[in-house]
Design a binder for this molecule. Structure first.
Ligand code: ADP
Length: 161
């Protein structure tokens, strides 16, 4: 069974992340979406909330699991018997950081491959920060965030203002 890990902050999960999950889940037998603890300094949602949110919006994918991890991705992958880490590439600006991480992960766990999926044209410029910013200005999030989470995002952003 080919298992892949999709690590990230997912603060909050966006339609861009979800698009990647949908596509990667077709390529691997099992995809574990993993909320990386401590990856954001002041998160909008707690790790537990993010795990619950991702579970809710990925319910329809039979081979997708959700977890969180307080350590290195490469070690998590080894523990789970994963063969790959999946990451998304949007603009050129993602490239350098992502390559660096792929090299580090390979050093820690030489068996592990990093698979990059090109962002879909529709979500090329979408990020969790953009969603938070739009929410702060009262913009309609329908095209950017999963429907089930829009109210929670708007409420949390408003409470932090
Ligand atoms: P991190 O803090 O680890 O970069 P993110 O939650 O921002 O976590 O992103 C996780 C992964 O998903 C990264 O590889 C990122 O490039 C990718 N990603 C984020 N938004 C999109 C998007 N709109 N389209 C495709 N990939 C994306």
């Amino acid at each position: 069974m080919k298992i892949a890990v999709y690590p990230g902050s997912f603060d909050p999960i966006t339609l861009g992340h979800l698009n990647l999950i949908k596509r990667a889940s077709k390529v691997f037998d099992k995809l574990i979406v993993c909320v990386m603890v401590n990856s954001v300094k002041k998160p909008l949602f707690t790790n537990e909330e993010r795990v619950e949110q991702i579970k809710k919006v990925t319910e329809r994918f039979d081979n997708v699991e959700v977890d969180s991890w307080d350590g290195l991705v490469a070690e998590y992958a080894r523990e789970k018997g994963a063969v790959a880490v999946v990451r998304g590439l949007r603009a050129l600006s993602d490239y350098e950081k992502e390559c660096q991480m792929a090299i580090i992960n390979k050093k820690i766990n030489p068996e592990l491959e990093t698979f990059f999926l090109a962002a879909s044209e529709k979500y090329m410029y979408l990020s969790s920060s953009a969603v938070k910013e739009m929410a702060a200005f009262g913009a309609d999030l329908a095209e950017f965030a999963p429907r089930e989470l829009i109210d929670a995002i708007e409420e949390r952003v408003a409470s932090k203002k």
